[in-house]
Each structure stands twice: as structure tokens, then as C-alpha cells.
Design a binder for this molecule. Structure first.
Ligand SMILES: C[S@@+](CC[C@H](N)C(=O)[O-])C[C@H]1O[C@@H](n2cnc3c(N)ncnc32)[C@H](O)[C@@H]1O
Length: 312
């Protein structure tokens, strides 16, 4: 079993067993159109199928993990302590592109990462550039405050440095295991609707969209500059109805406010409480209302994994 390499907003580790409990006992290919950190995909260790995300940096990252894991690991080993001095041999060692002072190694790497988003048209360029891009994403993800990937309106990564006693941004075994898990998987950079063509009868699709916000302040839909609005939520419901018509099994997670539309469409919907692990606002941590919707009958579901003998 592989494990996620990146910490990602909306990560599904806490809902993992509730999601897996709804999966059918058997299926052909597996598809995950909103991959993010991929907690479910890596837990499943599926064979063929597709994974997808609209975020091009995330897609470049997973392609690098799959196709060039050793180059990625070697590059990661050359990064320095985030709170150390900037590297005088690299760009932005004294100030960033906006002229703001850069006072530590972390902020220098963040400036390099952000500069790349506004680079030449064929970003991220050739193979070496792609490894550099992927390495920067993982380094920043592991050393930034709260491990929260967040972009501002212009697509810039603006999270401050984290304070970790012993940051570890390499984790070579985890990268290799993730690369093996992705080996037989097509990695796409599309809108989720690609899955209507990619999935066939007998396949399984797990969908984890940016959640419809519970309130204006709990805006979990801010994963990337694009966002995901009401019209996207409607397209998504229509997409799972089309999957259902085509004989494709699906499980979908969403926020509690989406209970009724899925219930009215005739799917099996249940509420699940989950604790948000990524939220910089302490008061907003805690139980949030989530739903799981599926077209998979209870009789067809896999039997729950047996508890370990140590639990008795
Ligand atoms: C809730 S996160 C997925 C979290 C993931 N299940 C995990 O465990 O980390 C949603 C993802 O959907 C992506 N996304 C946003 N709009 C999309 C769209 N229209 N089609 C496909 N992916 C999209 C975002 O970039 C984000 O990575």
C-alpha cells in the first residue's frame, strides 16, 4: 500500500474507511477525477485507470513521481534548511521579483517557484525543469506553515514558512511507493468530465470535488485560482447521473449542503462527520458536515476489512 506524498487541502485520510466501505467487492478500472493529495488512490493501490486534476503543477508533480522518482529524490536531497540563509548562487537570494526582501532559504525557494508560474509559454519546459518544479512543490509543501497548498488570485503560492523541529521533505521510500502505485495509471490534466469518456461499465469512480462552502467564511473551494462554483456542482451531479446510466459505479464526497440534490436524484446518501486537519483558523477546526453519495447497492459492497486481533 502506498501513501500520499503531498499534504493537500481536503485530504481524505479521516474519511478513508467510510469511503472504502462503499466500494464494490470487485471492479475493473479505477478513476479519480479530483486527485489532490490522492489519499484514496494511494490506499487502494489500483491497477489500470486514470487520475486527474485541473492543477497543472500537481499533475506535473505526479508524472515526475511516476516517471523520474530517482531524479526527484536526488534533487530534493540538495535542498537546505528552510530557515537557513538564501543560496547566493540561485535567483532571488536577496529580493523577490517584486523587489521585496528575501531573508531565508524558504522564501527564496518560494520566490523561485512563483516566478516559474509566470515563465515562458511552454512552462514547465523540458525534463529537468519539470523535476525542478516538482521538487519545489514538495519542498514547499513539507516546510510551509500547516502544509497548506494555497494560491492567491494570480496563481501565486503565498503560504509563510512553517516552524518544524525536524522538517523532512525527502521521504524517498514514500516517493518510490507512490511512483509504483501510479505506474499503470494514466495521469490527466483535464476538467472532471473527461471521466464520462474514460470510464466504462464495470469501472469504479471516486469523486472528491472542491466542496460547496458551508458558509462564506469556510471557503474550501479555494484550491486553485479557478475555484469550483454552483454551475460546476450542477455539472458534477449530471455527470454522476450519466455514469450511473452507463453502468459505472461511483462514490462521491461533498459538503453536507449537497445532501438533498443527491438524495433527490435517487442515490444512497449518508452524512459523515470529519475533522478538518488543514485550517489555519483554530476556531474553524473541528467537525464539519460531509456527505458520501453512491449508486452502489449495499449487497454489492466489499465486506469491511476485519479489525486487527489487537483491537479485541
Ligand atoms: C477536495 S480536493 C481532492 C482531495 C483529495 N481527495 C485528497 O485526498 O487529497 C479537490 C481537487 O479538485 C481539483 N479541481 C478543481 N476543479 C476541478 C475540475 N473542474 N476538474 C477536476 N479537478 C478539479 C482541485 O485542484 C483539487 O486538487
Amino acid at each position: 500500500m502506498a501513501e500520499p506524498v503531498l499534504k493537500w487541502a481536503g485530504g481524505k485520510r479521516q474519511l478513508l474507511s467510510a469511503i472504502r466501505a462503499r466500494f464494490p467487492a470487485a471492479f475493473d478500472d479505477y478513476h479519480e477525477p479530483f486527485l489532490g493529495g490522492g489519499a484514496v488512490f494511494f490506499d487502494l493501490d489500483a491497477g489500470g485507470g486514470t487520475v486527474n486534476d485541473t492543477n497543472p503543477r500537481l499533475v506535473n508533480f505526479y508524472r515526475t513521481v511516476r516517471d523520474r522518482p530517482e531524479e526527484l529524490i536526488a534533487r530534493l536531497r540538495r535542498f537546505d534548511d528552510p530557515e537557513g540563509e538564501p543560496d547566493p548562487d540561485l535567483a532571488f537570494s536577496t529580493e523577490d521579483w517584486a523587489g521585496d526582501p528575501v531573508d531565508s532559504y524558504y522564501y527564496q525557494q518560494r520566490a523561485r517557484f512563483n516566478r516559474r508560474a509566470y515563465g515562458d509559454g511552454d512552462w514547465p519546459g523540458d525534463g529537468t525543469e519539470r523535476v525542478e518544479e516538482a521538487a519545489l512543490l514538495l519542498y514547499l509543501n513539507r516546510t510551509c506553515y500547516n502544509g497548506l497548498y494555497r494560491e492567491n488570485g494570480r496563481g501565486g503560492f503565498n503560504v509563510p514558512v512553517g516552524r518544524y523541529a525536524d522538517p523532512d521533505w525527502v521521504r524517498a521510500d514514500r516517493i518510490r511507493a507512490a511512483g509504483d502505485a501510479l505506474a499503470r495509471t494514466e495521469i490527466r490534466n483535464d476538467d472532471f468530465e473527461y471521466v464520462l469518456d474514460a470510464a466504462e461499465a464495470g469501472d469504479l469512480v471516486y469523486l472528491d470535488p472542491p466542496y460547496e462552502p458551508l458558509s462564506a467564511t469556510a471557503d474550501f473551494a479555494e484550491y486553485s485560482a479557478e475555484g469550483f462554483d454552483r454551475a460546476d456542482q450542477r455539472r458534477l451531479l449530471e455527470a454522476v447521473e450519466a455514469l450511473d446510466d452507463a453502468g459505472v459505479d461511483f462514490v462521491l464526497s461533498n459538503s453536507g449542503v449537497m445532501f438533498e440534490p443527491y438524495d433527490e436524484a435517487g442515490f444512497d446518501v449518508e452524512r459523515e462527520g470529519a475533522t478538518r486537519s488543514i485550517n489555519s483558523d483554530e476556531r474553524a477546526r473541528g467537525e464539519v458536515d460531509e456527505i458520501l453519495a453512491t449508486n452502489i447497492d449495499r449487497e454489492r459492497r466489499a465486506r469491511p476489512r476485519q479489525a486487527s486481533i489487537g483491537d479485541f
